[in-house]
Design a protein around this ligand. Structure first.
Ligand SMILES: N[C@@H](Cc1ccccc1)C(=O)O
Length: 519
């Protein structure tokens, strides 16, 4: 195909229409062309832009100032400029035989402000209309007969009043000087800048016109009929404008914390764990006592734990379990341990708390299920923490237990390692202490950006004092890990509070979904 045929072939409908129009009458404005061609004027400018980018036409941008009188300008057209009013006042005084007038009198008679007077004096003197003599204004003889309405300034203002929306370049030459003077006085005119284009054919455009082309309508929607008859093959289609801008789209998505929770859930389910669910309100019995946490333990203090007033007391489980728990606390039951050596108080165990961890749920589960078992649970826990960038009084934990004959401490470490590996983290363990486990460890993961290890939660093997009342004979590995901190690291969040703020900007810019299966 010849180059020119190819160029013509690539022209869109509006571009062709515009080319023809330019050939017929190049002097129309885009709006006029739009009207003639019966297409939107935006389409004319964009078609022209396309033609210009292909060097088929020239596009010249013109800016024009459209001028109108402001309210002040209209007032001056009617009543004269301040200096005119002053001159008129002086002429009237002169008629009454008064040749010298005090400033304040003139101001009053002319109906001008003091400021206008100060400004006008210069003009009055420059025009030889008046001068100041000992503080009074004196009219010059040659100014006595001046006809104010005949002054070019007033004539110009009248002209503008009669020609609203006049383009700057249409103002008659004789007024140009006055216009320039007036432009120094602010506020006489309202000026709007209008942008317009004129188009002209380039050489290539002329060649295309000379070569000639057909204007075919473009199919936008295909009909059933056209498809059936095969007519669609002969239709002319509008090309896609791949450079057209599209509106930004923010699809709905799962909150990053919730996404992390879902991911954790699917990892444990993949690893063969059953999910258990508990309640946020828990008795001190299950939250603390069943975990061999002595009743004077610091964590139970009001400043660490939220106690609930209503309901006032919790029911305790069957008396056997309570009795054995009391025995563990007081002297270690039959485990060979000495216990905590104090008088265990049932009323303290009946207190109701917002659960401080999800470990209470794990012992509840052990009370109702026989090993071997693997259970996990995800839920909110509450502690009286001072809020800062990595502490919230309310956060999520994932808790778990694995109970079985051959369960060992090493198995526990292996499970945790595997869990974190599936989330994409490397974990290390540090010895720790919990009243209900032995051995106990704290897991930490490495945050490369911060070059720091971050604490994520505790784990260990439940002690005999915990297991005996439950009648569990096997080993039980247990863990309870924080979730918010994991989410922080995954999403590069510096401050844990961000997870609970509806900060649209941050959430909007997160990817819709993470690639969950990284492992
Ligand atoms: N309950 C502990 C974590 C833990 C769970 C299970 C065993 C040992 C420790 C915490 O909240 O920090």
């Amino acid at each position: 195909m010849k180059k020119i045929d190819k160029t013509i072939n690539e022209l869109h409908l509006y571009e062709k229409k515009l080319l023809k129009q330019l050939d017929e009458d190049p002097n129309l404005t885009p709006d006029e062309m739009a009207e003639k061609l019966d297409i939107p004027s935006k389409a004319v400018t964009s078609a022209a832009g396309m033609l210009a980018s292909k060097n088929i036409i020239n596009m010249n941008k013109n800016t024009t100032d459209i001028i109108n009188l402001s309210d002040e300008g209209l007032d001056y057209a009617e009543n004269g400029l301040p200096e005119h009013r002053i001159l008129k006042a002086l002429q009237e005084y002169e008629k009454e035989g008064i040749k010298e007038v005090g400033m304040d009198d003139v101001i009053q008679k002319a109906g001008v402000t003091k400021q206008q007077m100060n400004f006008a004096i210069g003009t009055l003197m420059r025009n030889h209309w008046a001068h100041i003599d000992k503080g009074n204004l004196k009219i010059e003889p040659e100014a006595i007969t001046i006809n104010i309405t005949q002054l070019p300034e007033i004539q110009f203002l009248h002209y503008l009043k009669e020609h609203p929306n006049i383009a700057d370049n249409e103002i008659p030459k004789e007024y140009k000087k006055i216009q320039k003077q007036f432009s120094k006085r602010k506020g006489l005119f309202n000026i709007k800048t209008q942008q317009d284009f004129t188009f002209s054919l380039c050489d290539e455009g002329k060649q295309i016109i000379e070569h000639g082309f057909e204007i075919q309508d473009e199919a936008t929607q295909l009909t059933h009929e056209q498809l059936k008859t095969g007519e669609w093959k002969n239709l002319h289609y509008r090309g896609y404008d791949i450079n057209a801008s599209a509106p930004k789209n923010y699809p709905g998505k799962i909150h990053p914390l919730q996404q992390t929770i879902e991911e954790i859930r699917s990892i444990f389910i993949d690893m063969g764990f059953d999910e258990a669910k508990g309640t946020i309100l828990e008795s001190a019995f299950w939250n603390f006592d069943m975990l061999f946490q002595p009743q004077d333990h610091a964590a139970r203090e009001m400043q660490d734990t939220f106690y609930v007033k209503n309901p006032p007391k919790a029911d305790l489980p069957d008396s056997e379990l309570v009795k054995m728990t009391k025995a563990e606390h007081e002297h270690g039951g039959n485990t060979g341990s000495t216990g905590w050596q104090y008088n265990w108080n049932e009323d303290v165990a009946r207190q109701i708390v917002l659960r401080t961890h999800t470990t209470g749920l794990s012992v509840r589960h052990l009370n109702e299920n026989e090993p071997p078992l693997k259970m996990f649970s995800i839920g909110r826990v509450f502690r009286r923490e001072t809020i800062d960038y990595k502490h919230l009084p309310e956060f999520h934990q994932v808790e778990g237990i694995v109970a079985g004959e051959d369960m060992s401490f090493k198995n526990l470490l292996g499970i945790l390692k595997e869990f974190y590996r599936k989330l994409g983290f490397k974990v290390r363990f540090r010895p720790a202490y919990f009243p209900y486990t032995y051995l106990s460890v704290e897991s930490e993961i490495y945050v490369p950006e911060k070059r720091k290890w971050m604490e994520l939660g505790g784990s260990g093997m439940f002690r005999p004092e915990v297991l005996e009342p439950l009648g569990i004979k096997t080993q039980v590995a247990a863990f309870g890990l924080g979730i918010e901190r994991l989410a922080m690291i995954r999403y590069g969040i510096e401050d844990i509070r961000m997870l609970y703020q509806s900060d649209i900007g941050w959430l909007r810019n997160l990817p819709v979904t993470r690639n969950i299966k990284q492992y």
